[in-house]
Unconditional design. Structure first.
Length: 81
């Protein structure tokens, strides 16, 4: 669940509960592990680009990165390349 008051303390957003993508009958190894891996991929890209590039419900709230941090990341990337 995304915590807008403290985004850094938010948990992983792996599926839309309203979309009925998961039930307690599903095996974690067949669903949650893959979803977590994909989420971590997009999370790392978010730190590099400052934009949440993953598709899904509610990505706008996750993508609200502090503008100063985003600019610092862009400057670091520019220096590396």
């Amino acid at each position: 669940m995304f915590d807008s008051e403290n985004p850094r303390q938010s948990g992983l957003c792996l599926f839309d509960p309203d979309g009925h993508e998961w039930s307690d009958a599903d095996l974690i190894a067949e669903t949650t592990i893959g979803w977590a891996s994909e989420w971590l991929h997009y999370y790392e890209l978010w730190h590099v680009s400052g934009e949440w590039l993953a598709p899904g419900v509610g990505y706008e709230s996750v993508a609200q990165m502090n503008q100063t941090e985003a600019e610092i990341v862009r400057e670091v990337i520019a220096d590396v390349h």
